[in-house]
Design a protein around this ligand. Structure first.
Ligand SMILES: [Zn+2]
Ligand SMILES: [Zn+2]
Length: 283
């Protein structure tokens, strides 16, 4: 998986030199993801999980996450340093975050759980207490948690429920970051932005709100960018980037295609569309 990702990043940089900086950041990031000591394991009871999944709940719930505190600490320290070195976010704020973390002001396992459950309050109150923006703290935590979950999926964690027809991930409940059309009939698969799992989905349905009315569904493409398009829904203003693997080639690491198409996110956002918000049953 790592080699495939790095190769695709290399190819992209060769084709689009403007992506050099961002490619070097993601090269370092995916190396860290692959080479760090694992810090997250999940303890799944499939017998109990399957009936819950049939009601629309994802496979994993927060109590199944087993976080190795010291490995998590090492990973998070390395991640903050990497972000700092690559200048992806505000440097001064990152420095503040690094110092607060080194001083023991972050309860990492509890914060990971808050991110997993999409609970804003623990994250924003921690951010306020160390005087940084909640968005930065959430981004770093979500990146780290995602790395842990991706490792579980790469090592074989699967959802055993067949007919999952929701727009959120059957494993972790995350939203898709990108989708792929493949095969002769162009079957659509969504890829989870959190754990990297892929699942089949209706081709002409909005993954955010379930809208099937073709009058309010559509897509746009960018000039000079064959094989990519952006599906949009005028009912909920959601969008989803789609890679046509019949044009781009099969088995692409879609998380890298996501990076390669940030300009499409910009276009979609400018038109008032968003990646959407998750709606799952309460409970
Ligand atoms: Zn997922
Ligand atoms: Zn929609």
């Amino acid at each position: 998986m790592l080699q495939k990702r790095l190769q695709r990043l290399k190819d992209l940089t060769a084709a689009k030199p403007a992506l050099t900086e961002i490619s070097s950041f993601y090269t370092a990031l995916y190396r860290l993801f692959a080479e760090a000591e694992p810090f997250l394991q999940v303890d799944v009871d499939f017998t109990a999980a399957t009936p819950r999944q049939e009601q629309g709940f994802p496979l994993l719930s927060v109590e199944m996450l087993q976080i190795d505190g010291s490995a998590a600490q090492q990973f998070f320290t390395a991640l903050l340093q990497l972000l700092h070195d690559h200048g992806q976010q505000g440097q001064a704020e990152l420095k503040t975050l690094q110092e607060a973390y080194a001083a023991g002001k972050l309860d990492l396992p509890a914060l990971f759980c808050a991110v997993f459950e999409r609970k804003r309050e623990p994250i924003s109150s921690c951010a306020t207490s160390i005087d940084i923006q909640a968005a930065l703290l959430e981004y770093t935590l979500a990146t780290a948690l995602g790395a842990g979950l991706q490792r579980c999926v790469e090592q074989g964690l699967k959802s055993e429920v067949k007919n999952w027809d929701h727009g959120y991930c059957p494993i972790c409940g995350g939203l898709p970051s990108i989708a792929e059309l493949s095969g002769e009939e162009g079957k659509k698969k969504l890829q989870c932005g959190q754990c990297g799992n892929r699942w089949g989905f209706h081709r002409l349905t909005c993954s955010h709100c379930g809208n099937t009315d073709h009058e309010s569904l559509g897509y746009f493409t960018a000039e000079g960018d064959p094989g990519y398009r952006v599906d949009i829904c005028r009912k909920c203003s959601g969008y989803l980037k789609v890679v046509d693997s019949r044009e781009k080639g099969a088995n692409l690491p879609l998380e890298i295609e996501d990076v390669a198409t940030l300009h499409l996110d910009l276009l979609a956002t400018q038109e008032g569309f968003s990646r959407g918000k998750k709606e799952t049953p309460e409970g």
